[in-house]
Design a binder for this molecule. Sequence first.
Ligand SMILES: Nc1nc2c(ncn2[C@@H]2O[C@H](COP(=O)(O)OP(=O)(O)O)[C@@H](O)[C@H]2O)c(=O)[nH]1
Ligand SMILES: [Mg+2]
Length: 292
Amino acid sequence: MKGDRSALARAITLAENDPERASGLLEKLGAPGRAFVVGVTGPPGTGKSTLVDRLIDSYRELGLRVGVVAVDPSSPLTGGALLGDRIRMTRHTGDRGVYIRSMASRGWTGGLSRATSQAIRLMDAAGFDVILLETVGIGQSDIEVVGVSHSVLVVMMPGLGDDVQVSKAGLMEVGDVYVVNKADLDGADAMVVSMLSLFRGSRRSPPVLKVSALSGEGIENLRKAIDEARTKFSSGDRGLRLRSVRGMIVETARGAAMARFAAVSESKAEALAQQVVDGRMSVEEAARRLGR
Ligand SMILES: Nc1nc2c(ncn2[C@@H]2O[C@H](COP(=O)(O)OP(=O)(O)O)[C@@H](O)[C@H]2O)c(=O)[nH]1
Ligand SMILES: [Mg+2]
């Protein structure tokens, strides 16, 4: 809470390795809600990490302290999971106002959702003003992690096979701002048009913005779009706070339930299988017992 970076690093490692013990620590931190949390999701390769890197600069120019949680193990921001979380993108090393942390991809099912939520609360307690959460938007659980955010960016790029990807992956529901990145490539306008047509006829009409994370084009515009929510957040908007805290509760409970299930299933399943094979129990009954 004094902003000690090595204490923060150790606390996040604890959340990754032993979320149960981390819970004890988190309970002493008080209510979350100082930091504004921006979720960044979308299919792999659309430029999320590059965009996050740009947003770091943009918020630093405003004098804000920025924390980053990247659950994409291949993130160039963090040097990838193989190199470990000590390796930072050199551009930001030495800037005490930036803290970048990758979360190991192992344990997706065993509670990365909980560890991610915990990491964000730890960064919040450590005094960061803005927290950027990058997650790969492919599976349902990957996407749900952004539920802890006050604003969610869905990042797309030209030539993705447009609308199909977005609607299939469940990305239609989660975004507050839709970003068509790689505007320097052909097909960006067509992508914007097809994104807009996806929302025609739905109740929502979130902004669809064209940017190039590579050149920096459109980044200020994007930050201003995000700032609408940040301004609301800063003025104490209860709806935004509820939304993020609700996400934290859900992700924490989901992680705990998965961990509990993983712990029982191994030992119990074998015994139940014996009973099913011997014709003493149905698969359905065995599954009910296993889930209990
Ligand atoms: N042409 C172009 N390439 C980009 C842009 N943004 C990112 N890229 C490239 O797209 C690739 C994937 O970027 P990355 O940020 O790792 O994507 P992520 O998987 O969504 O995090 C990298 O080679 C980037 O250099 C952009 O605006 N224009
Ligand atoms: Mg990435």
